[in-house]
Design a binder for this molecule. Structure first.
Ligand SMILES: [Zn+2]
Length: 466
């Protein structure tokens, strides 16, 4: 009975075919959450997961989603002793559209297909393969030690790809069942493929429209051009007032006052590199004076996602009556999202854009920003465990650049969170040819088994409390 044995058992699940067998069954269930016709598949998924967790000694309960737009959820609990701490693990069983017919070599998105180091299939990376790694690592520790040494709660939802409908309510209403000392979960890509990444949180998002709506219809540009205002020109100028031609945000009121020193120090250890077919970085873009990792992990981004006026597919000789754009703010815990809309309204008014409306598009479903201090005992403990397994220092991100429903855990449940992603940026998540990399699966199984072994063996994160 040893840590090495648990980790060898876990990696043997990858090399021996067990991981692929579990993943194949899960990928075959077409759990598209944007497609209402696939709702029965989401039910089938949580029922099968309930059975699979039961094999590991979990008692499961399937919950219908309190939000009609969301799919069912599973809460499964494995209790060892009242005086032991509790771990929460999370995964999502739903996937984006399969995009049948668009995969190369005629691949079927609902069939796992191994080619070289790549394991193809819809949901392999996002998120079925990742929660399969977590479950098999728990199984490896159980097989080795006979017990985990902690209590475990597993939460599996089926609406993540549509914004985790109902998850805030489930976490509020079932708080007692979900209460835990820590969350350790897996989703998303590593920052660099040859090094484990530990994410302590997420950036939050706020979406809004800018709309310049001046009149009921279009008017001939020859008769009226130069006489009546053009909403497309006004909108373009309004956007240009908010953010410069080099990506500097001029509306300073939505920015954090500063980046906390501990976060700055952690980000200082990270060098961003263009990777795996991603676009080349534009070092001249964004906030001057910040490093590139500070720009994406420690700062606010203001982006235009879409904009339109007239009929771009078929322009006509007319001044359009209306122009609109969808903008998005990604922000860290260092700024207050409640101030964003009033700040932008006041800024536009002050710059002569009273005729541009600010229309909030966010709802209470939106995921807020979260962060775990890089010096938090959970992060220091997790980094030491990963180091012990891989021999390499993990990349520590106080928060990822993207978003997850992590505020449900960090804010509603109030527990510290660490995410250990097992995918990489070239995985074609949300596109045809989604895949996982075999070496990352094998290493991921060892890393997770190491974490779960240490959690039950060495007093866990409490040993790192200062
Ligand atoms: Zn996704």
């Amino acid at each position: 009975m040893s840590r090495d044995q648990a980790s060898n058992t876990a990696t043997a699940y990858s090399t021996g075919g067990r991981f692929l067998a579990d993943l194949t069954r899960r990928v075959a269930i077409a759990t598209e959450s944007q497609n209402p016709a696939r709702r029965p598949d989401c039910w089938r998924y949580v029922r099968e997961m309930k059975e699979d967790f039961a094999q590991l000694g979990f008692a499961g309960e399937i919950l219908d989603n309190p939000d009609a737009s969301g799919g069912p959820l599973l809460i499964a609990r494995r209790h060892e002793a009242d005086d032991l701490p509790t771990l929460l693990v999370y995964g999502h069983g739903d996937v984006v559209a399969g995009m049948e017919g668009a995969w190369s070599n005629g691949r079927d998105p609902w069939r796992v297909d191994v080619e070289g180091d790549r394991i193809y299939g819809r949901g392999t990376a996002d998120n079925k393969g990742q929660h399969t790694i977590v479950m098999l690592a728990l199984e490896a520790v159980l097989a080795t030690r006979g017990a985990l040494g902690f209590n475990t709660v597993a939460l599996i939802e089926t609406s993540e790809e549509t914004g985790s409908a109902g998850l805030h309510r489930i976490c509020t209403e079932h708080r007692a069942k979900l209460q835990a000392d820590w969350l350790i979960a897996s989703d998303g890509p590593r920052l660099a493929r040859d090094r484990v990444t530990l994410d302590g949180g997420t950036r939050g998002t706020v979406d809004f429209d800018l709309v310049c709506d001046l009149r009921a219809g279009a008017h001939h540009s020859g008769n009226w051009g130069g006489l009546i205002a053009n909403p497309a020109v006004i909108l373009a100028n309004a956007i240009a007032s908010l953010v410069s031609a080099t990506g500097r945000i001029n509306v300073r009121g939505i920015l954090p006052a500063d980046i906390p020193p501990g976060v700055r120090a952690a980000l200082g250890r990270i060098e961003l590199e263009a990777d795996n077919g991603g676009p080349a970085l534009d070092p001249w873009w964004g906030e001057p004076g910040l490093t590139q990792s500070e720009r994406v992990f420690g700062w606010t981004a203001l982006e235009v996602l879409a904009m339109t006026a007239g009929t771009p597919q078929q322009p006509i000789n007319a001044i359009p009556p209306r122009a609109s754009a969808r903008l998005q703010i990604r922000y860290t815990v260092d700024s207050d999202p409640a101030s964003f809309m009033p700040t932008i309204r006041a800024y536009l008014d002050g710059n002569g854009f009273g005729n541009v409306a600010v229309v909030p598009k966010s709802t209470e479903l939106d995921w807020g920003a979260t962060r775990l201090d890089p010096e938090h005992p959970l992060m220091r403990w997790a980094a030491a465990s990963v180091r012990k397994t891989t021999g390499i220092e993990p990349t520590i991100l106080p928060n990822a650049g993207g978003s997850l429903p992590n505020d449900c855990f960090a804010d509603i449940l109030g527990i510290p969170t660490v995410w250990v992603p097992h995918s990489y940026s070239g995985c074609s998540q949300h596109a045809p040819d989604e895949h996982l990399l075999k070496p990352l699966v094998t290493e991921g199984l060892a890393v997770m088994a190491g974490l779960f072994w240490d959690l039950g063996a060495d007093g866990g994160p409490d040993r790192y409390r200062v």
